[in-house]
Every structure is written in structure tokens, then in C-alpha cells.
Design a protein around this ligand. Structure first.
Ligand SMILES: [Zn+2]
Length: 148
């Protein structure tokens, strides 16, 4: 494998090793173990990579009202923002289904506004299942540009 090949980011099944992605997948899997999902039993973990290479994780947190449930993606985003991070590279989301589990609409809105057109990697416990850019997941966003 050439040096330039190694530096490119491989898609699913590309066989190109990405140690940072491995770290994010491991972190998201570990975060998923902390999920408070007593009602849905749908545990999700997320790992957000900052521009500086820090990894901030989140899990979904449900409660008896259901409506106050917070998704893993937003927990990771809010934790990162509260720690002063403002620039992001990538988000990894791990859930158990074989089918990819993309972020819900509320998460897409907030991810777009605070993280921009980041890469979103969806995975299950076995590994990556698919990969998107935020602009693909939220193609016609409402954001601050419309408020000027
Ligand atoms: Zn969500």
C-alpha cells in the first residue's frame, strides 16, 4: 500500500485502515454500554471527533416521560460544546441493528448548526455500515444564514 493510499479515507469495505476511525468506533461502542434505555431497549453510542482530534462521547438517555429523552448524538454534541469545542470532523454512531441507524431529525438540525458538514459514520457492533456527509442527511437546512 502506498503512502498516499494510506492517507486517504476509505469508505465501507475499502480495506483502508483508519486508526482514528477505529478509536471512534471503540469509543462509541463503550459509550453505548452506558445508555439509559430501559424503555426502548434501543441503546445507542456516539463519538464526536473534534478538529483537534479529541473524542467526545454520548449515549442515549431515556426517562419515564419519554418526551425528555435525549439522543446519543446530542449528548455528545452538548458535552463537546460545553467543554469549549467548536470545530468538528466526524461523528460515529453505533447501534445494534444490521440496518444503518442514522440520526433523527432533531439531531440532524443541531449537528448541522454546530458541527456543519461533518462526516457521519454509522456502525453496528460488528463495524461500519454506511457513511454520509451532514449535507446529505439535511439537504435543505434552516440555519443562521436565513436569520440575517
Ligand atoms: Zn436524535
Amino acid at each position: 500500500m502506498s503512502e498516499s493510499k494510506r492517507d486517504s479515507d476509505g469508505g465501507p469495505g475499502s480495506g483502508i485502515r483508519d486508526p482514528k476511525l477505529d478509536e471512534l468506533l471503540t469509543a462509541a461502542r463503550a459509550a453505548r454500554e452506558n445508555a439509559c434505555a430501559d424503555f426502548s431497549h434501543f441503546a445507542v453510542g456516539a463519538a464526536l471527533e473534534t478538529e483537534e482530534g479529541a473524542v467526545v462521547t454520548g449515549c442515549n438517555i431515556e426517562n419515564a416521560t419519554y418526551g425528555l429523552t435525549m439522543c446519543a448524538e446530542r449528548v455528545a454534541l452538548f458535552k463537546a460544546l460545553s467543554e469549549g469545542h467548536r470545530s468538528f470532523r466526524r461523528l460515529v454512531i453505533v447501534a445494534t441493528p444490521d440496518a444503518p441507524t442514522p440520526p433523527c431529525g432533531a439531531c440532524r438540525q443541531l449537528l448541522w448548526e454546530f458541527a456543519g458538514d461533518v462526516e457521519v459514520v454509522l456502525a453496528n457492533l460488528e463495524g461500519e455500515t454506511s457513511r454520509y456527509r451532514m449535507r446529505e442527511l439535511l439537504p435543505a437546512p434552516f440555519d443562521r444564514r436565513l436569520l440575517k
